[in-house]
Design a protein around this ligand. Structure first.
Ligand code: HEC
Length: 142
């Protein structure tokens, strides 16, 4: 029994370690502007990790899960932040667009553990095509 108490105390204790969950302010002048159908998919499937408009789920309050989720959002924003789209260096943007095509095609994005909790974020083949076509169109502009 003692081990159970120790576990409970530990679980409570780690709740005190709370890395910051942020949603930095969004400057509309910098955000990505894409056709509505593209925006809708990106907002549902990518924005929780790749924008400053993260919808934090209730379980992101609970350590140690919270650490993992906050880490993914911070890393996701560092890699690609649609809220700061027009600030991204054109060369980097080209890279991210290409990587978006690749990671959607090989099923790396959205992250699989995210999809377990966000069924709606799962991309249908049609949605994949919509995003990939848009990426290709953007790439042609460069
Ligand atoms: C649950 C969070 C999450 C979701 C949802 C998500 N990503 Fe990511 N994404 C990440 C993380 C974390 C990284 C950084 C990975 C790394 O550094 O290895 C990343 C990296 C990327 C990169 C850069 C990869 C590279 O190798 O250059 C692209 C492009 C990307 N994501 C596109 C998308 C697109 C498009 C969607 C939606 C279809 C999406 N992601 C959804 C978390 C997410």
């Amino acid at each position: 029994m003692k081990i159970v108490y120790i576990m409970i105390v530990l679980l409570l204790a780690i709740q005190l370690i709370r890395p910051e969950k942020t949603n930095p302010p969004v400057d509309e002048a910098l955000t990505l502007k894409a056709p509505d159908n593209v925006m809708k998919i990106l907002k549902t499937s990518c924005y929780d990790c790749h924008s400053n408009e993260t919808k934090w789920p209730w379980y992101s309050q609970i350590a140690p899960l919270s650490w993992n989720i906050i880490g993914h959002v911070n890393d996701g924003r560092d890699a690609l932040n649609f809220s700061k789209w027009s600030e991204i260096d054109p060369k980097i943007k080209t890279k991210r667009l290409k990587r978006s095509i690749k990671t959607i095609n090989n099923g790396m994005m959205p992250l699989s553990n995210y999809l377990m909790m966000h069924e709606a974020a799962q991309l249908s083949n049609e949605q994949k095509k919509t995003i990939i076509d848009w990426c290709n169109k953007e790439l042609k502009k460069r």
